[in-house]
Design a binder for this molecule. Structure first.
Ligand code: FMN
Length: 205
């Protein structure tokens, strides 16, 4: 059995497109597997705190030198990292806000990027540690940013997520975009179809 980590990051309590797409993904997954193991992290409804000076200090203090207070400061980040480490499949709901991701998703990434844990520096350069996992990013955007569209260069969501996930070792990433949600339902319907088609055959194995 494979386990899924479902991360949602819309501030909307109702009517979120990206939350609905993540729900659809986990529903499809539940339909094809017995005892589906799904962990949910909703940073839209329950945002993590921004990294402050003390927390950054704790991150960069070697583990064996950390004080109890520093360990306490890292408890949330530890939980985020443990969820990532335990998952075989990670599905991320990503609303587009101001041509990029929501601040809630960015803060989750800040807690997930842990030197010596989710990435480390080697003589050959940085090496991501979250290897061998499949990632699906389900975006929702009011406009259209698809291949060849005039606004494609304004999409800072896709390249940023590709870069930072890759930095953590998450290189097997599939993006599914609900485009143009401000103009109608077609983009959402297309994304729902793509989610069904992207469900890996070996997911339930
Ligand atoms: C604060 C804010 C900023 C937004 N910025 C953009 C944007 O830069 N480009 C765009 O196409 N849509 C933008 N939108 C529209 C959202 O991408 C769209 O409503 C999408 O459905 C959000 O995902 P959600 O429904 O899961 O929250 C913005 C919406 C909000 C609330």
């Amino acid at each position: 059995m494979k386990s899924i980590l479902a991360v949602t990051s819309s501030p909307k309590s109702e009517g979120s497109v990206s939350n609905a797409l993540v729900d659809r993904f986990t529903q499809n997954w539940s339909d094809i597997t017995v005892n589906a193991e799904i962990t949910r992290r909703d940073v839209g409804a329950n945002p993590l705190p921004h990294l402050d000076e003390a927390t950054i200090g704790a991150i960069y203090t070697p583990d064996d030198a950390r004080s109890d207070a520093q360990r306490d400061l890292l408890a949330l980040s530890d939980a985020v990292v443990e969820e990532l480490e335990a998952a075989d499949v990670i599905v991320i709901g990503a609303p587009m806000h101001n041509f990029a991701i929501t601040s809630a998703l960015k803060t989750w990434i800040d807690h997930a990027a842990r030197v010596g844990r989710t990435f480390r520096y080697t003589a050959e350069g940085p090496e991501g540690q979250l290897k061998g996992k499949k990632v699906f990013v389900l975006t929702a955007r009011g406009g259209n940013y698809g291949e060849g569209s005039p606004a494609q260069a304004m999409d800072h969501q896709t390249p940023y997520l590709k870069t930072v996930l890759g930095f953590l070792g998450l290189t097997d990433v599939t993006f599914i975009h609900a485009e143009g949600v401000a103009q109608g339902h077609d983009g959402i319907d297309a994304a729902v179809q793509m989610i069904a088609a992207a469900m890996p055959a070996d997911l339930a194995a």
